[in-house]
Design a protein around this ligand. Sequence first.
Ligand SMILES: Cc1cc2nc3c(=O)[nH]c(=O)nc-3n(C[C@H](O)[C@H](O)[C@H](O)COP(=O)(O)OP(=O)(O)OC[C@H]3O[C@@H](n4cnc5c(N)ncnc54)[C@H](O)[C@@H]3O)c2cc1C
Length: 270
Amino acid sequence: MNTITDQKQFMLRVEKKVIENQTHATLGFSHALPFRPGQFIMVWIPGVDEKPYTISLHTRERFAITIEAKGIFSKKAIALEKGDLVGIRGPFGNGFDVKADAQVAVVAGGCGMAPLAPLVEKLDKKAIVIHGARTREHLLYPDRFDMERLFCTDDGSFGHKGLVTALLEKQITSGKHFDMVYTCGPEIMMYHVFKICEAHHIPCQVSLERYMRCGFGVCGACVCGKQVVCLDGPVFGSAVLREMKDFNTKALLKSGKEVALSQYFSWRCK
Ligand SMILES: Cc1cc2nc3c(=O)[nH]c(=O)nc-3n(C[C@H](O)[C@H](O)[C@H](O)COP(=O)(O)OP(=O)(O)OC[C@H]3O[C@@H](n4cnc5c(N)ncnc54)[C@H](O)[C@@H]3O)c2cc1C
């Protein structure tokens, strides 16, 4: 096991691979990283590319990333095996402001559970985790946490049939008090979670994704309104979100062209 280091760039071998489902795999590394839940690393596969991934599991001795297969890079990444070498830069970004002993809700959509998982493990057992996905098979880490967990699926194959926002709203209107709501998932989902929080005067923190290249605020590829997502985020709180006109509306492609969010996330419809 390597020891904790401030070094931000190193090569590591995959120590463990877990197939989560047909489209997701988790790669584990035996290396201690300084880390706050919500931070991300840049992962380089030699000869392929380098892309941002959030840390989905963190202990004093190891960390892991969970990858959803989408395009060339992520398909290569989930095909990596124990012993394969990857380059790591980071961790980067701000991470969540952890309210460990408060009454909080964590709202995850699909692979959005990945950055939220290390946060959940730092929270008090009285936190509520609301987790939605397309089907039962797509729910990540179904048995990982030791706290109240509410599930929903689009097809009704597990838990409530419907959206995480309906479950959150029901918790609030039935009298549950939340000091904070943390969320990660499709941006449209996070937008509606934020709107529900605004209506009920609950602070909210969302983890945003934009196209990233450098990871530390130099290249400008991930600019979102006035924010540089890799440097100022990827986690943003209610006060910033209220002013962020590109939230749930626009994003920059790899080329730098500004497009509607539906076009930026068009892989979701494939
Ligand atoms: C801070 C952050 C954390 C992330 N954490 C995770 C995670 O834990 N698990 C996970 O599966 N995915 C995560 N992603 C998304 C992941 O980086 C992309 O899905 C991946 O780069 C896809 O590459 P590809 O070649 O397979 O797909 P492509 O076909 O190249 O792209 C598919 C989609 O992935 C996104 N994407 C592609 N390249 C980048 C890039 N350089 N930066 C940001 N988004 C990109 C875009 O939405 C694009 O439309 C994260 C992204 C960010 C910004």
